[in-house]
Design a protein around this ligand. Structure first.
Ligand SMILES: Cc1ncc(COP(=O)(O)O)c(C=O)c1O
Length: 378
């Protein structure tokens, strides 16, 4: 792996691990298809390289959150189906049509705006997926409104093609949560009410956690994000994860060493004070890069020389300090904030647990000024 020469802080993105994870998930859910979720710059991993790897791994499609994310992928020459997860501002319908993006729809006005945009362009049909709100209560059509919405799409069949009907579970990461059964029943009732649909219409319902733990809801395809990045979707599904490999690791190099006497305060506010003489290493990465400021007080650690070292003092915007005790450490030594060094491993989920959040927020939060180094290189 090439070293990072531009900055002494970088994220490694292991695309072999990513493709491995897709292979594991494809095997797990077969014969259902796998569409991967690459919104939010592929959860911080880099949407274009990740999407190219996904396409080469044979996924059925890609999912994004906003029009601009789909346009970025098309501009990079990616030709796979790209589903946008929610309705977008009406002003973007021409962009959606022009870039052959697949629209999610749940309001009649939006369906009609898309149809008009397709007609303006002439000779094209836009693929649409109807999103049904079965209980997440975020976006989607009310179940009672779905037949009329599907009829509206049918009435605009010169401009639109019904390509999917889907829902999203609120508590898929908690197997046995009563909401899962309720949402399954409501989705089944919507499909019953519609009667038989063409086999080309993809019915889909679950994300990573649901794909693993609610096999009856795998249907035609699953929409997997977090699991493809090798991050556990939630404590409740750890046992279902199989052999997933963490795709992102976060690294820095020691930029300064100091030997401090006992009683010295470290970082802003001197909230940490040394209790004995110790060697303190500075790493040039901070909260502007996505290392939360309070990680130090929640048991945050870093690997240096193959050992766990506590972060001491508040994480500052661009730097943090770690206590290396009496060990020999040199400027330029590599530190791993999450990932593996020697026989030690820190996972992004360890940060998430300490900070009372989820693994998603950790990788999404790694700032843009942290270079991503891809292996194999792209
Ligand atoms: C509608 C929808 N489907 C699937 C996913 C993927 O979820 P996960 O990353 O948990 O697999 C998301 C992500 O938030 C989503 O919004």
């Amino acid at each position: 792996m090439a070293d990072n020469t531009t900055r002494w802080a970088w994220a490694r993105v292991d695309l072999d691990a990513y493709v491995h994870n897709i292979t594991v998930l494809k095997r797990m859910v077969a014969p259902s298809g796998v569409w991967v979720v690459v919104k939010a710059d592929a959860y911080g991993h880099g949407a274009v390289p990740v999407s190219r790897a996904a396409v080469s791994a044979g996924v059925g499609g890609l999912c994004v959150a906003i029009t601009a994310e789909g346009v970025e992928l098309r501009d990079a020459g990616i030709d796979a189906p790209i589903l946008i997860f929610s309705e977008q501002p009406i002003g973007e319908v021409d962009d959606i049509v022009h870039h052959r993006l697949t629209a999610t729809v749940y309001r009649k006005q939006y369906v009609e705006a898309l149809a008009s945009a397709a007609r303006r362009r002439g000779g094209v049909r836009v693929d649409v997926h109807v999103k049904v709100d079965t209980g997440m209560h975020r976006v989607g059509a009310d179940p009672a409104d779905v037949p009329a919405l599907v009829a509206t799409i049918g009435a605009n069949a010169d401009a639109l093609r019904l390509a999917g009907i889907y829902t999203h579970f609120a508590a898929a990461d908690t197997p046995g949560h009563p909401a899962n059964a309720v949402q399954s029943q409501r989705f089944a009732a919507v499909l019953d009410a519609l009667g038989p649909v063409d086999a080309s219409v993809a019915i889909h319902a679950v994300n990573s956690a649901g794909a693993m733990s609610i096999p009856t809801e795998r249907r035609d395809l699953v929409r997997v994000g977090i699991a493809t990045y090798g991050v556990v979707p939630g404590e409740g599904v750890i046992d279902h994860c199989g052999d997933l490999r963490q795709v992102m690791s976060l690294h820095a190099r020691v930029s300064r060493i100091q030997r401090l006497a006992a009683g010295e305060g470290v970082s802003y506010g001197h909230r940490f004070v040394t209790s004995a003489p110790t060697t303190v290493a500075t790493l040039p990465i901070g909260y502007a890069d996505g290392v939360p400021r309070r990680l130090w007080s929640q048991g945050g650690e870093v690997l240096v020389g193959g050992k766990r070292r506590p972060i001491i003092g508040v994480v500052t915007m661009d730097q943090l300090m770690v206590d290396c005790g009496d060990d020999e450490v040199e400027v330029g030594d590599e530190a791993v904030l999450f990932g593996t060094q020697g026989s030690e491993r820190i996972r992004s989920e360890d940060w998430a647990r300490a900070l009372d959040t989820i693994g998603y927020e950790i990788t999404c939060g790694i700032g843009r000024r942290v270079p991503r180094l891809y292996s194999p290189s792209v």
